[in-house]
Design a protein around this ligand. Structure first.
Ligand SMILES: [Fe+2]
Length: 442
């Protein structure tokens, strides 16, 4: 089935989902995955708290300035500057300035506004009475932006911050395309509010055995050894056991968006907790602390939703959230798939805050499988598989079609065979071979 989800809009991720007592199996699961000696986690937590105490003053003092910023021109041959890599990895986020020229980004926004105006009353969005997050995927501007050569370079550089083993079934040098929607947030809007959360599933992080392996050092009380950039167990992780609204089936090394307007810091934009390893350790260890170890509580994680970070459960995490700096049309921001982030409660600026959502999604089996289904929805103008099945663009003559794709667009969208430019590792070559086979390029 191409689009398994029912009709709707992004409001489904704001809807109150179940937040009551979890089934007893979660208490059993915690017993199973905790170290036999409870002091192991307690001691690890003490060390983690002192790390937060050490890092927090600098984050609070610098605010937005703590977030690494790179000019697009400094990303050469699909690599971030070597003196920036460690800081981007530590913070788990980066602002890339001028990923596309200002006039190109402003042109994208105008094209989308024209596309919306050409189809009055035919495009669902959120909120329904004053649409700002549009259920649109196939405007020519979105399709072009996703495969803009600079975007492809940047997402490749982001993927390459991750580590793959010789036999890991992933090609970090090839980014596939994930087709998401867009936001044109109006001044004074208060509808699009997301408090601190992480995406990529919820209780799945503990419950799915592969996903759990990504955090095995943390669960063993050795959070200092955790590598947020080890791709190994991500490739088999099941991030969606409960069909959560807003869930993403593809493996995103980084989530991201391209700014189409000026967006002032703290005025309706993104906030992040710029310390990825420590915040991940806190979230993963929290259910195993003594105060709730014997209960079914997962520290604020519930099936079928994103993980909202509870400021009572995890004050050290919510306490270090900072706003991203001011951004201009053509800038982009990316944040690690485990990074806690939030959206300001009010759009406090005189112009709209508009973005295309575009993540970094390397070639690997789960991404290939999604791209195969996404390719078919693109051909038919249907909503991509992860999103509410509105299929609003099906009969729009002015939507993008496969023949509009550039060479890079064809590669990312699965319309052309991937031919590696140089010798790959065994695992990467196997992932590419599988990709070409699944997409019928044998
Ligand atoms: Fe999110």
């Amino acid at each position: 089935m191409l689009s398994a989800r029912k009709e709707g809009n992004i409001g489904s991720i704001f809807a109150n989902s179940f937040k009551g007592e979890l089934p007893v199996r979660y208490a059993d699961l915690k017993k199973e995955i905790s170290p036999k000696d409870p002091s192991v986690i307690q001691n690890a937590w003490v060390r983690l708290e002192s790390s937060f105490e050490k890092e927090a003053p600098q984050i609070k003092a610098l605010g937005s300035k703590i977030i690494p910023q790179v000019n697009y021109q400094d990303i050469l041959n699909g690599e971030f500057p070597s003196n920036m890599k460690d800081e981007i990895k530590k913070r788990g986020c980066v602002v890339v300035r001028g990923i596309v020229p200002t006039e190109v980004a402003e042109g994208y926004k105008q094209q989308v506004l024209d596309y919306i105006a050409a189809h009055p009353g035919q495009i669902p969005g959120f909120p329904e009475h004053d649409q700002q997050v549009w259920e649109l995927y196939w405007s020519k501007a979105q399709v072009e932006a996703r495969s803009h050569p600079h975007f492809v370079q940047t997402t490749t550089a982001l993927n390459k911050l991750w580590n793959a083993q010789e036999d890991s079934l992933v090609d970090l040098e090839t980014n596939l395309t994930y087709c998401d929607r867009l936001r044109i947030r109006k001044p004074n809007d208060e509808s699009f509010v997301l408090r601190e959360h992480i995406d990529g599933g919820s209780v799945e992080r503990w419950e799915d055995s592969s996903y759990r392996k990504c955090f095995s050092n943390i669960l063993a009380g050795e959070w200092e050894k955790h590598d947020s950039y080890d791709v190994a167990n991500r490739l088999d992780a099941k991030m969606q056991l409960y069909d959560a609204p807003g869930g993403c089936e593809m493996f995103r090394t980084f989530q991201g968006w391209l700014a189409l307007s000026n967006s002032n810091s703290g005025c309706g934009s993104l906030r992040v907790c710029p310390l990825v390893k420590e915040t991940t350790a806190a979230i993963i260890m929290r259910p195993l602390l003594q105060d709730i170890l014997e209960t079914s509580s997962m520290g604020g994680a519930y099936p079928g939703t994103q993980i909202d970070i509870d400021p009572v459960m995890l004050p050290q995490v919510t306490d270090i959230c900072v706003s991203i700096p001011d951004v201009s049309p053509g800038d982009a921001v990316f944040w690690h798939c485990d990074l806690v982030h939030a959206v300001d409660s009010k759009c406090l600026q005189s112009n709209d805050a508009s973005v295309f959502y575009i993540p970094a999604t390397p070639l690997c089996n789960i991404n290939t499988s999604y791209v195969r289904r996404q390719r078919e929805t693109f051909r038919l103008g249907l909503t991509p598989p992860d999103f509410p099945g509105n299929n609003a663009e099906k009969d729009f003559d002015d939507r993008a079609k496969p023949e509009d794709l550039s060479k890079l667009g064809k590669l990312g969208m699965g319309f052309e065979r991937i031919e590696p430019k140089h010798k790959l590792t065994k695992g990467a070559q196997a992932a590419v071979d599988k990709h070409n086979h699944v997409l019928n390029f044998d």
